[in-house]
Each structure stands twice: as C-alpha cells, then as structure tokens.
Design a protein around this ligand. Structure first.
Ligand SMILES: [Zn+2]
Length: 203
C-alpha cells in the first residue's frame, strides 16, 4: 500500500536507488537501503495508477571527479557512469515506468539535488532541467523517496519546495547515511522550515 495519494498534478521522485547506495556490496551502502525496494515499488505502482509523473534519479559520475576522496572530495568512489554500482537496484520497478531519468553529476559536478548540480568548491547552482519539465506537465506537488534521507533526498525535497512545489517526503521510504538523532533533528528542522510535509516522521 502506498503512503500517499497520487494524481496527474503530482510527481513522484525516486532518488538514487542504485547499487552503490542500496546494495550491501555497494561502495557507499546506506544501511537499510535494500529494504526500500518493496515500499518504493508500491509508491511507483500507486503513482502510475494515479497518472502521476514518475521521475527516477541516478548519481552518475565520471571515474575521477573532485566529488570523490581520491580527487580531494568527501565521498568514496561511487556510481561511476556505466558501472554496476550506478545501476538501479535489482527488483526496483524500473526506470521504464519513469517519465524522466535524471542523471546527476555527469560532468564531475556534485549532484545532490535532482533539481540542480554544483561545481565542487563553487556556490553556483546548475539546473538539471527537472523544474521546467515538471512545470511543463503542470505538476503542483512533488513526493520524494529513496536514498539518502540526509543527503540527496533532503537536497531534492528542499529544492522542490524552493522551486514552489508543494513537497512531501515519505520518511519510511528513505534511509539516511547518518542515522543519529542530531542528523535526524537537523533534517526534520530543515523540512519544517521549508514547509516540506513529512509522512511517517519519527516522533
Ligand atoms: Zn555522488
């Protein structure tokens, strides 16, 4: 059963359900990421049923990028374009249901939000084109799930809200890199400040 309602004015954004984040053998495995396949498939089915727009995102990096520790960044190498790690997790009701697949970081940018990318070390946002695509489809409401709650899910939800979409995060269909209370409180605080609705928020 899905956690929310879908209609033609809603877009479901499935964030980074890729092997490197969601498979126990992935290079940046997020604890519990593999448990999201079933609940997210339920959301995808409900979204399709409700004629919602479905967007799937993939982190999609070159082999070397200042986003990675080896090249001065903060993350272990992950989601290199065309590798197993970058593929969607097996069993995820796929990309073929999606109206759009957004690949983030393809030219070496940091790509946290589905809506914008950023050159490492710069503060200039580069739009991915997603906001325009959603506006063309007359989307008013955005629902976000996937990996990771405190990184790309949060960045995507905050950008959606900033772009003027009524935004909902399905908390139980996300998993965080950092599961500590302080991180959870920070993320929930940012959502509250941005008027992002959280379904299933921890009390
Ligand atoms: Zn990345």
């Amino acid at each position: 059963m899905s956690a929310t309602e879908y209609d033609a004015l809603t877009a479901l954004i499935v964030v980074d359900m890729q092997n490197d984040f969601g498979h126990p053998d992935g290079s940046l495995f997020v604890e519990g990421g593999n448990q999201l396949v079933e609940p997210i498939n339920d959301e995808i089915a409900a979204a399709a049923q409700g004629s919602a727009v479905i967007v799937v995102t993939q982190d999609w990096h070159p082999a070397t990028t200042p986003h990675f520790i080896d090249d001065g960044g903060v993350w272990p190498t992950h989601c290199v374009a065309g590798t197993w790690g970058a593929e969607l997790i097996d069993g995820l009701d796929p990309a073929s249901r999606a109206s759009a697949v957004i690949r983030k970081g393809t030219k070496g940018e940091d790509g946290y939000s589905a809506f914008s990318m950023r050159e490492p070390g710069s503060d200039i946002d580069i739009p991915t084109g997603l906001a325009g695509l959603l506006r063309e489809r007359c989307i008013e409401r955005v629902v976000v799930c996937g990996i990771a709650t405190d990184v790309c899910v949060s960045a995507t939800a905050l950008s959606a809200a900033k772009a003027g979409f009524n935004t909902t995060v399905l908390w139980d269909s996300t998993r965080p890199v950092y599961a500590d209370n302080a991180t959870t409180a920070r993320v929930l605080g940012e959502f509250a400040d941005a008027s992002v609705t959280v379904v299933g928020a921890p009390a």
